[in-house]
Design a protein around this ligand. Structure first.
Ligand code: FAD
Ligand code: UDP
Length: 368
């Protein structure tokens, strides 16, 4: 069969592109290095629980078009992410909100909370924040920084908070209301029955042929000759043979166990924010879908240094790496037969809704 496209990677970017191309009558060959489709949103049923195999995934967006788009492929429940933080057995609500401030300082009104934060900011002499530590203190003061941010952040990224970009902490809302919703977005939920069905539906067309367990780099030159156009969602530096150096990533180890009890921790996500606990969070998957199975499945998430060959979960978007990425991006612009996309192809800390949005923009351009 003659194909119009080769799509490398069956994650949300590659699958959205393949679905839209097939809808337009294009023939798509997809290759995937892993032995399953879905990339990092893959969920697997264990003991009747949909387990997020590559970390907790909560869909959230304020974009109605993207919300409607993803709802074509699954029904979403009303799950609202409200993680709790465990700091040496003291429990705090996240994101940083009046419940957190009340537990920590005994303050009751937003004015009291703001005054407390302002005083801590003045005492710490923070001007224009230049790194994650300064950004965090300027947003919520030193007490919260020390108990809920420093330990978690330095474990997660393997670097001092003073050596990390400020934008990472801006992902989290700071609120002066008693609202534990982790996201500010209009729409949020978990697909009833897990995420894998979304990708299965996207790839169900007979115009799409998927081959699992195949690495693009085993036959790169052959693929480049054989396919008129390639959509590539792997690591951009690897595509260009690390010509300008190796981009840095952060990797993770997931330790999943089944427990013979109904309820292990009472919440889907519990963050361990001290420096000594080696994992950053424990996920109890059943709570994403309000499950009442007799057993429960939990996953401990351990951050780890990334070496070539490990799974590259997070791009390290600091100045040095972003500058290196810009050089790769220029090369990509000079390679019109290849579309680079997704978290690894764009080297961006993208959430799912942003990946779908980016894929739909590429689709618009490609088929306009
Ligand atoms: P991926 O899902 O990484 O897919 C890329 C695919 O390409 C993979 O399957 C990979 O195996 C394959 N591939 C790579 N190289 C090759 C090759 N050489 N040959 C063949 N195949 C290859 N987003 C949210 O919106 N909400 C969340 O709560 C959330 N939580 C997250 C938690 C964690 C721990 C992580 C790591 C991410 C989280 N995300 C979350 C982000 C979300 O996972 C991504 O936005 C999305 O899955 C990215 O899709 P993608 O297609 O770009 O990449
Ligand atoms: N963070 C923190 N304490 C927490 C949760 C998050 O300090 O309890 C910081 C940490 O630096 C993390 C960043 O906020 O990397 C973004 O958190 P998010 O939950 O968005 O991380 P992700 O789910 O993408 O790993």
């Amino acid at each position: 069969m003659d194909y119009d496209y080769l799509v490398v990677g069956s994650g949300l970017f590659g699958s959205t592109f393949a679905y839209e191309a097939a809808r337009r009558g294009k023939r798509v060959k997809m290759i995937e290095r892993r032995n399953h489709i879905g990339g990092n949103i893959y969920t697997e049923n264990i003991e009747g629980v949909n387990v997020h195999k590559y970390g907790a995934h909560i869909f959230h967006t304020s974009n109605k078009k993207i919300w409607d788009y993803v709802n074509q492929f699954a029904e979403f429940n009303r799950y609202t992410n409200s993680p709790i933080a465990n700091y040496k057995d003291e429990i705090y609500n996240l994101p940083f909100n009046m419940n957190t401030f009340n537990k920590l300082w005994g303050v009751v009104t937003p004015q009291e909370a703001k005054a407390k934060i302002e005083q801590q900011k003045i005492d710490a002499k923070i001007g224009e924040p230049k790194n994650l530590e300064e950004q965090a203190i300027s947003l919520i003061g030193t007490d919260i920084y020390k108990k809920l941010i420093k330990g978690y952040t330095e474990k997660q990224w393997g670097r001092k908070a003073t050596e990390l970009p400020a934008f990472i902490i801006k992902r989290l809302p700071v609120r002066f209301t008693y609202d534990n919703n982790y996201f500010n977005d209009k729409y949020q939920g978990i697909p009833v029955g897990g995420y894998t069905q979304i990708v299965e539906k996207m790839l169900s067309s007979e115009m799409i042929n998927v081959e699992l367990g195949v690495d693009f780099f085993d036959k790169k030159e052959e693929y480049l000759k054989q396919f008129p156009k390639i959509v590539y969602t792997g690591m951009i530096d690897q595509f260009f043979d690390y010509k300008y150096g190796t981009l840095e990533y952060r990797s993770l180890k997931f330790e999943t166990t089944v427990h013979d009890q109904e309820n292990y921790q009472g919440n889907a996500v519990v963050n361990y924010t001290d420096a000594d606990t080696p994992y950053t969070r424990i996920i109890e998957h059943k709570h994403f879908e309000f499950g009442h199975q007799s057993k429960t499945v939990i996953t401990k998430e351990y951050p780890k240094t990334w070496h070539k060959g490990d799974e590259p979960y997070y791009p390290m978007n600091d100045k040095k790496n972003n500058e290196m990425f810009s050089k790769y991006r220029k090369l990509a612009d000079q390679t019109p037969s290849v579309i680079f996309g997704g978290r690894l192809g764009m080297y961006k800390y993208y959430d799912m809704h942003q990946v779908i949005g980016a894929a739909l923009s590429v689709v618009d351009k490609e088929f306009s």
